[in-house]
Design a protein around this ligand. Sequence first.
Ligand SMILES: NC(=O)CC[C@H](N)C(=O)O
Length: 228
Amino acid sequence: MKSAVLVFPGINRERDMARAFREVTGVEPIMVWHTETELPDVDVVAVPGGFSYGDYLRCGAIAARSPIIPALRAHAAAGRHVLGVCNGFQILTETGLLPGALMRNASLRFVCKEVRLRVDNAATAFTSAYAPGQVIRCPIAHGEGNYFADPETLAELEGEGRVVFRYCDAEGRITEAANPNGAVDGIAGIVNAAGNVLGMMPHPENLIEALQGGLDGRGIFESLARAA
Ligand SMILES: NC(=O)CC[C@H](N)C(=O)O
């Protein structure tokens, strides 16, 4: 499976993302600087986490206006896969490739810890390696992860099974205590209507080898490799 990782000024998780693709698929991803206007011929483009443009205006707002974005839109429009993690998810909502917005955490604090996620849709190209309803561990590190969408959008997301991950407790229950940022309905990750663009706040690329304390994040990359 061929992949590319976008790099914006202030992004700091691009190497983690590249490592995850390399470790799981055995293929080195192509790093693409934000001033490029074309993407290489790849199956997946990852938009990694970090602090693009120092989070000025809103997280992801400036990166979403970068020269590479039209090529990302074209890649998505062609039905190819796009994976946005954390700042990458924020960038995807700012481009409109995914609906809704990521607001400041309800606590107004940056939260860095491990959470649990329930896989609410295991029938996507990003989650086929997981079992439906499986509870996985995943690290988070963000200040603006409070997912919000208007009631019509939420109804559409729920009705179409497009909420892929929710914050949950160890038993898979969606509770307020298990929700680290106040996201509506515990939403941690969603896909677009076509199912080829996924955005999620947690960092699966940081739980792919024993040295990191677990392997629960590998499923995303294994699923993408299967889908390619
Ligand atoms: N790890 C990240 O990608 C953080 C995203 C963003 N800078 C935030 O704090 O919400």
